[in-house]
Design a protein around this ligand. Structure first.
Ligand SMILES: [Fe+2]
Ligand SMILES: [Fe+2]
Length: 139
């Protein structure tokens, strides 16, 4: 069973953001699979690198949307992104320093819980704002 599954409760109502969240969930599941399959540190390192790169691109996309639409809650949203990036880079650094146990269930559960909470709260509010913003432009 995958660690996480997409369901409609995670939809923020903006297709591109939803698609990126689906991809993030897929990548967290791939990391989970790689850990469970006891893949070597080279494979695990690559999966983690991919997840970090994709997370950065996704956060960048949300943040450029916030800028473009003058989103009033941008600073607290960006602060959540930055806290996650900092935490993941710490995990990455520990892993690279040879502490391979850092990639275990505790880290996976943290990533899963962070994603669900952030998507359902912080990203949901952004999605609603972006939708309203788009409708205003059309009207
Ligand atoms: Fe976000
Ligand atoms: Fe997001």
């Amino acid at each position: 069973m995958p660690l996480m599954e997409w369901d409609d409760k995670l939809s923020v109502g903006v297709m591109q953001i939803d698609n990126e969240h689906k991809q993030l969930i897929k990548m967290v599941n791939e990391l989970h699979d790689a850990i469970r399959a006891n893949h070597g540190k080279e494979v695990l390192g690559k999966v983690l690198d991919g997840l970090i790169a994709y997370t950065g691109a996704h956060f960048g996309h949300e943040e450029s949307e916030m800028k473009r639409t003058a989103y009033p809650q941008a600073s607290s949203h960006v602060a959540e992104h930055q806290a996650l990036v900092k935490k993941v880079l710490e995990i990455h650094a520990s892993y690279k320093a040879g502490k391979h146990a850092v990639l275990g269930m505790e880290t996976l559960a943290f990533l899963r819980d962070w994603l669900v909470k952030h998507i359902k709260g912080t990203d949901m509010a952004l999605g609603a704002y972006l939708k309203a913003h788009a409708q205003k432009k059309v009207a």
